[in-house]
Design a protein around this ligand. Structure first.
Ligand SMILES: Nc1ncnc2c1ncn2[C@@H]1O[C@H](COP(=O)(O)OP(=O)(O)OP(=O)(O)O)[C@@H](O)[C@H]1O
Ligand SMILES: [Mg+2]
Length: 381
């Protein structure tokens, strides 16, 4: 008989850690599967429109990218998976698309990175950036002609402008050439603003498909907590339901809850109200740190009035749930009257995922962060 005190905690709170149950993403998974079929279909394979996957921190972008890469590999699609940090400049991008040109292996070693085209040699280091771009594009066109390929870049809202511009242009050229390639860029809700900014200059990317991930609906929250490893535990279902509810559907908090419940109950293999109380203390403490970090992203902005603007916005969002662009700007202007500064403030709040454009209105990115920010207003007043 096995002893669950020796079984590792099945929950995976963290960045990009694959959860024990990938819950509540059926709609997204079916859309992604359909697009994958477009590039991998035996005789009709063609290009897929680039996809921008955007969501606030901790909502499950990286996990969904991992899922997609696994799906792609089972369909014989070659996969290049990387994060913006792996490609600080064009030479870095070359190193990702072309592992030979760089000694260090890709960060995601589980996924075979790089596209290998026969009789192709790495570009010389001292090429100018326009030469390097031309060589890279030529390589890409050759390496993906008739070869289904998925190129996914995580944390794309932090791509260096030069790299972001190259990636977007390459994506466009590959579609035009009819190569069966799909470029997927994931990042915080500031992703689209970043790519279409004057600095990056890839405004055509607005015509890409956009997938905005939201929190998990109530049934999926519970599903995320219902792991097979509980099978020999005494479970009070009300405990799981309360934890699911407290998470507000934020995937990171669900993993935190699962992890804390497992730790608190593993000796007795019981989920009771005492275990719930112990787990809650742990979750609350971690959550406090998480909020403090998110709050610092507001506090540290170059315009110190952003804190007051975020607080005004948080109060309004808590009251009505979603705000139009005009209403959002009006709240920000309570603290930052100048238009240009208020726009810069809104863009920063979007970039960090504090607010988030979904279904035509701005909503709070991480639900209970709004409450934290208004509470901070109360204590700082
Ligand atoms: N659908 C899901 N069901 C259950 N848990 C999930 C789900 N999606 C993500 N998680 C969990 O939530 C946490 C955050 O996921 P992930 O790192 O993919 O988010 P992210 O959006 O990439 O965040 P960041 O912007 O910080 O990189 C992880 O612990 C992950 O296991
Ligand atoms: Mg991530």
């Amino acid at each position: 008989m096995y002893d669950s005190t020796t079984i590792p905690n099945p929950f995976r709170p963290g960045t990009g850690a694959y959860p024990p149950v990938l819950a509540g993403r059926e709609a997204e998974q079916s859309t992604l599967t359909e697009e994958l079929l477009r590039i991998s279909h035996a005789s009709l394979a063609g290009p897929a429109n680039p996809l921008l996957l955007s969501a606030p921190r901790g909502m499950g972008k990286t996990v969904l990218l991992s899922w997609l890469a696994r799906q792609a590999e089972t369909q014989d699609v070659q996969v290049v998976a990387a994060a913006a940090g792996d490609m600080p400049d064009l030479a870095g991008l070359a190193g990702i698309l072309w592992p030979d040109s760089r000694k260090t292996p890709s960060r995601l070693t589980s996924i075979k990175a790089g596209i290998v085209a026969a009789d192709w040699r790495p570009p010389e280091r001292d090429r100018s950036s326009s030469q390097l771009r031309a060589v890279l594009l030529e390589h890409l066109l050759q390496a993906t002609a008739g070869r289904p390929t998925l190129i996914q870049i995580d944390e794309a809202h932090t791509l260096a402008p030069e790299v972001a511009n190259a990636v977007c242009n390459f994506a466009q050229s590959l579609v035009r050439a009819d190569n069966p390639v799909w470029v997927v860029l994931a990042g915080t809700p500031g992703l689209i603003a970043h790519l279409t900014s004057a600095q990056v200059g890839a405004s055509f990317i607005e015509r890409a498909d956009v997938m905005a991930l939201g929190g998990l609906a109530p049934p999926a929250r519970l599903q995320a907590l219902e792991v097979a490893e509980w099978s020999d535990w005494q479970i009070d279902r009300a405990v799981l339901e309360l934890a699911a509810q407290d998470s507000q559907g934020f995937p990171y908090f669900l993993q935190r809850w699962g992890h804390a419940l497992w730790d608190a109950g593993k000796q007795e293999r019981t989920l009771s109200s005492d275990v719930l109380a112990a787990a809650r203390r742990q979750v609350d403490s971690v959550r406090g740190e998480f909020y403090a970090r998110r709050y610092a992203e507001i506090y540290d902005f170059e315009d110190p009035r952003l804190v007051a603007a975020a607080q005004a916005l948080a109060r309004a969002l808590l009251a009505v749930g979603g705000l139009s662009l005009d209403a959002t700007m009006a709240r920000i202007k309570e603290a930052i009257p100048t238009h240009a500064d208020a726009v810069a403030a809104r863009r920063h709040l979007e970039r960090i995922g504090f607010i988030y454009h979904k279904g035509g209105v701005f909503v709070g990115g991480i639900p209970s962060l709004l409450r934290y920010v208004t509470d901070n207003a109360a204590t700082s007043a």
